[in-house]
Design a protein around this ligand. Sequence first.
Ligand code: PGA
Length: 254
Amino acid sequence: MSKRLIIGNWKMNPATLDEAKEIARGTRAAAAKLSHVDVVVCPPFPFLSVVTGKGDMPHFALGAQSASIEEENGSYTGEVSATMLADMGVEHVIVGHSEERARGDDDITVARRVRAVLDAGMKAVLCVGEKERDEGGAYLHTLKEQIVGSLTGIPTSKAKNIILAYEPVWAIGAQDPLASEQIREMGIFVRKTFSDVFSADQALKATLLYGGSVNARNAADIVSIGQVDGLLVGRESLHLTAFVELLKAVDGVR
Ligand code: PGA
């Protein structure tokens, strides 16, 4: 069995550097004790250096929440390039999160971010998910278009560095996640679409995560029944005790 991957997306949290240090320290320590799980923490840009820590960090890696579409340095006020992130030790970058899409990113912009991240030698955590559902199943068509659009112009040779994160938008920041049985079905759909864009082999090998209202109580079921390779966790990744419990729960899934 390959290792599971749990990515914590801190979003625009916590409020202070001291809190960031504390959550990072606790998460790194917990990760070091895991056997079957790797942990990635994605803090806001100014906290990247405190999350990194010093020296060896078993089962722990640094992530970021976005990267500029611009690959070359230049006059882009407010932007952070993928190359800068890679230079800071970032290994994973979340791309196409629904909160960033809601601020204006379309699929083509998302695809450019994916490309910049891959070109800088990091893994792109590509978030996809439907905004709402309808009885007739039209949302599947929309989701397919989103996945295909977000991969525009990405060469097949780079597909191995894409991690897929299926996050139904209505389940993000909500009370409950999507039911695990449905996560399994949607996972098959997402992989099939990835296979149509690249190849069946790439799709089988791809790491697939689920995100949306994951917590310490539901994480193990989502991974085992939902048959995903890991989780993208928002709120719960900021509550150290609960997050450590979540990590242990998934570490115990066989
Ligand atoms: P949540 O967020 O875990 O707080 O629902 C998930 C996400 O936005 O990736």
